[in-house]
Design a protein around this ligand. Structure first.
Ligand code: GDP
Ligand code: FE
Ligand code: FE
Length: 197
């Protein structure tokens, strides 16, 4: 796909090669799968295909960075100090967005926000936010119980797919007795329980 250079100061091929060097081959394959799913969802939902491609390619850019890298960025960029109580699962999106801006030169606020929200979602999600959130869950390389159902729902109704994903992710985390990031509860209250404010 040919980029307009409005959102990334280079070609798609240049972006792909930077992403590739930042992660394991397995994660790189996941990222390409998310891009494929995101482009399809963007076409289905009349969204900007170029922004969907870029946001998907960068969404896990920071996933393999060290804890100390994230802690340093939280401090130097004066991000919410509460973030220091969490770890990679939340940092790679929220703090990763800052690394994407600095290191890749991507400054479009909608792309960076989609990265910030890709792991736990939010009550308010733009079309691009929803596309990246769902594409991350249904990309062709994913294999877990319910993923086929999620793909079918996503083909029909993006919002339904956000709801399905949020419910099933939360069920899984509860089953595993994992700590729930508070913003994940807000996503659940709005998108699953239907509490509209
Ligand atoms: P990935 O980066 O492509 O692996 O996918 P995500 O960014 O969606 O998720 C990263 C990890 O965070 C996954 O292992 C999720 O299960 C986990 N995760 C998502 N939400 C929460 C949460 O509220 N609490 C905890 N403990 N883990 C979560
Ligand atoms: Fe992620
Ligand atoms: Fe991902």
């Amino acid at each position: 796909m040919k980029y307009s250079q409005k959102y990334y100061p280079g070609t798609r091929e240049e972006l792909v090669s930077k992403i590739k060097t930042a992660m394991s081959p397995r994660r790189f394959q996941h990222v390409l799968g998310v891009e494929q799913a995101a482009i399809q969802l963007a076409k289905d939902n009349q969204a900007d295909v170029e922004k969907a491609s870029i946001a998907a390619l960068v969404h896990d850019y920071a996933k393999e960075r060290s804890d100390s890298d994230f802690q340093a960025v939280i401090q130097t960029k004066h991000l919410d100090p509460d973030l220091l109580r969490w770890d990679n699962f939340i940092w790679h999106g929220v703090v990763g967005a800052e690394m994407i801006a600095t290191e890749l030169g991507i400054t479009d606020p909608e792309i960076l926000d989609a990265v910030r929200k890709h792991t736990v979602g939010a009550k308010d999600m733009t079309l691009l936010d929803r596309i990246i959130y769902v594409a991350d869950y249904i990309e062709p390389g994913r294999d877990f119980p319910g993923v086929q159902e999620a793909r079918l729902i996503a083909q029909k109704d993006l919002n339904e797919a956000v709801s399905y994903e949020t419910q099933h992710t939360l069920e899984h985390l509860l089953q595993m007795k994992k700590v729930i990031y508070p913003a994940a509860m807000e996503t659940y209250n709005y998108w699953v329980a239907g509490k509209l404010d």
